[in-house]
Design a protein around this ligand. Structure first.
Ligand SMILES: Cc1cc2nc3c(=O)[nH]c(=O)nc-3n(C[C@H](O)[C@H](O)[C@H](O)COP(=O)(O)OP(=O)(O)OC[C@H]3O[C@@H](n4cnc5c(N)ncnc54)[C@H](O)[C@@H]3O)c2cc1C
Ligand code: SF4
Length: 553
């Protein structure tokens, strides 16, 4: 194979989400302020900036105010201020509204905006380019490069993009083009939740030593255009309870955006124990609740997608830095689970890492540890916010009743400053019980009006992968899906994957079960990499540009 070419930058950033773009922008702002040029590039695996972004989203503008105090004049797409908060506890047929006076601060959204995070990222991408950042969509960082010689030995040297034109058999095709090496003084990893390079870095540099296991949720979302008379711009509804069992962590959101659009979504904690649970079907069932269905009737579903959420908070944060780079945004796990908000945290962490990298570069350093970044984080409002939220997820993991009561005590009585810190004891892949001890769940059939099957959903995520490429859902041991997962858990990957990628197929007589992986449908949510009980499924980047093409998620 031909040699890879290389390019040198001061800072390379992997991922054009809010974290990566904010870091790039902050670097260029500082460069202009101090008249000290820095070269910055951002790699993005989606076909364009925003194509792989999926969020709720209600955005707290605090970090954006710091990044661009004049964002309103710059036409940032934050056009729908929150006008009303509703928190509902659902039973199968009824909904109890929590009086607003009793809502903990984390559920209040006054001063926040209902947005499409994809569109905010497209806007951030344009701001970054205007400041001189080189943004390369359609290029996945597939490999971390390390310095191997001299003083810098063992530090991160940059990343390499994946080769294009490798066939399904692993051999170069006629259209083969080798990847590029991007070398940098510092490389910032902003891949979002469960970044696949971030995961490798955490292992190599033992960044998780002393931290709780990271815990996750899967978030499923649809965008609906609803009837104008049902629409109330700025209305924010959250629910807990039905259809999830009391011992399963999760809940829903329903955000009224501009132009009669409603973002409706459901989050299920991936620490669930019943292998028969299907987050996708729970979401579909949730939409049939009378309090929710009323908004959707007469409307049209226009987009679908799913993405994992890092919910462990402060206790689960790894060490943020290693020689030559840092983790920012959800690649580290800065999301505040009590508010289901991570976009402001992603922007803030990106800015803090950028400030640290800039001062290092200005003083002539490179490829060492950016110790001032975690220090600045510890002194920031973001640390204070995550500290106050730290017990939310551990309490909620103890069931809806205990969780609600204790979150009330923690947040309302102590204002998040209780004299205790609870811990996450188990990683999500450890929590499934064997099928013999689990209750199968009978989900209703989709009606094609309010509820839909997976394939028609994947269709409107506009997901596309070149079919002649190696499967990006790799198995460490090809016998495990049948020998262990099917035997012991009745193949839970068939149910937790929100895109129907995993199927157990059999011969006509029902014999010879085998796992079929429909990799072309993968929406890059990363749930299989998190929940597979034996950690046998490893998600790696497919060819750049492949994956969902979300319009405004
Ligand atoms: C269903 C759901 C609802 C949410 N609701 C809210 C909300 O209401 N408010 C809120 O503030 N937050 C919300 N969040 C959380 C918020 O979306 C995240 O915290 C935020 O997007 C994290 O930003 P990030 O930049 O770290 O990562 P991401 O936004 O995930 O961006 C990462 C980017 O990196 C790219 N990338 C990844 N790997 C590579 C690679 N190897 N090479 C090149 N590119 C790569 C991805 O394609 C992506 O574009 C929600 C999340 C979900 C899933
Ligand atoms: S294959 Fe994995 S990453 Fe892809 S959609 Fe399914 S669960 Fe998500």
């Amino acid at each position: 194979m031909s040699e890879r070419e290389s390019m040198q930058y001061d800072v390379v950033i992997v991922g054009a989400g809010p974290a990566g773009l904010a870091a790039a922008i902050r670097l260029k702002q500082l460069a202009a302020e101090h008249q000290h040029e820095v070269s910055v590039c951002v790699l993005e695996k989606g076909s364009e900036v925003g194509a792989h972004i999926l969020s709720g989203a209600v955005m707290d503008p605090r970090a954006l105010n710091e990044l661009f105090p004049d964002w309103q004049e710059l036409d940032a797409p934050l056009n729908a201020p929150v006008t009303e908060d509703r928190f509902l506890f659902l039973t199968e047929t009824t909904a109890f509204k929590v009086p607003n006076a009793m809502l903990p601060a984390c559920f209040r959204n006054h001063g926040n905006y209902v947005i499409s995070l994809g569109n905010v990222c497209r806007w951030l991408g344009r701001q970054a380019e205007a400041l001189g950042v080189e943004v390369f969509p359609g290029f996945a960082a597939a490999e971390v490069l390390y310095n191997e010689e001299g003083e810098l030995s063992g530090s991160v040297k940059g990343v390499a993009t994946g080769d294009m034109g490798i066939g399904r058999d692993g051999k170069p095709t006629a259209s083969h083009q080798p990847g590029m090496e991007l070398h940098a003084g510092y490389t910032l990893f902003a891949e979002g939740c469960r970044g696949h390079l971030g995961k490798q870095l955490q292992e190599r540099y033992q960044l998780r030593a002393g931290a709780d296991p990271q815990v996750y949720g899967i978030g499923l979302k649809e965008l609906w255009e609803i009837r104008p008379e049902k629409h109330q711009q700025g209305l924010v509804i959250h629910t807990a309870g039905w259809p999830l069992a009391g011992d399963t962590y999760g809940g829903s959101f329903c955000y009224h955006m501009e132009d009669n659009l409603v973002a409706i979504g459901f989050v299920v904690g991936l620490g669930y124990s019943n292998p028969y649970l299907s987050p996708y079907e729970e979401f579909q069932r949730y939409k049939t609740h009378p309090a929710i269905r009323t908004f959707l009737e007469g409307g049209k579903r226009i987009a679908y997608g799913a993405r994992a959420i890092a919910a462990g908070g402060l206790q689960s944060l790894p060490k943020l830095v290693f020689p030559g780079g840092a983790l920012i945004g959800d690649d580290a796990g800065f999301l505040n689970a009590s508010r289901i908000k991570g976009s402001h945290a992603a922007i803030k962490s990106g800015m803090l890492a950028a400030e640290s990298a800039f001062s290092a570069l200005k003083s002539g350093r490179s490829a060492d540890e950016l110790a001032s970044y975690p220090e600045a984080f510890r002194g920031s409002w973001l640390h204070d916010e995550l500290h106050r939220a730290r017990n939310f997820k551990p309490w909620m993991s103890r069931g809806l009743l205990t969780g609600t009561l204790m979150v009330g005590v923690d947040q309302v009585v102590f204002g998040g400053r209780a004299p205790w810190t609870l811990h996450h004891r188990h990683a999500d892949h450890e929590t499934l019980v064997p099928k013999s001890g689990a209750r199968p769940i009978d989900y209703p059939r989709p009606d094609g009006v309010i509820t839909f099957d997976r394939l028609s959903s994947v269709f409107i995520s506009n997901t596309n992968h070149n079919e002649d490429q190696p499967c990006h859902l790799t198995l460490k041991d090809a016998t495990v899906p049948i020998r262990v997962n099917l035997e012991r858990y009745d193949a839970p990957e068939q149910r937790y994957c929100p895109a129907g990628v995993y199927e157990i197929v059999r011969d006509a007589d029902g014999a010879n079960p085998r796992l079929q992986i429909n990799a072309q449908n993968c929406v890059h949510c990363k749930t299989c990499d998190i929940k597979d009980p034996g950690q046998n499924i490893v998600w790696v980047t497919p060819e750049g540009g492949g994956g969902p093409n979300y319009p405004n998620m």
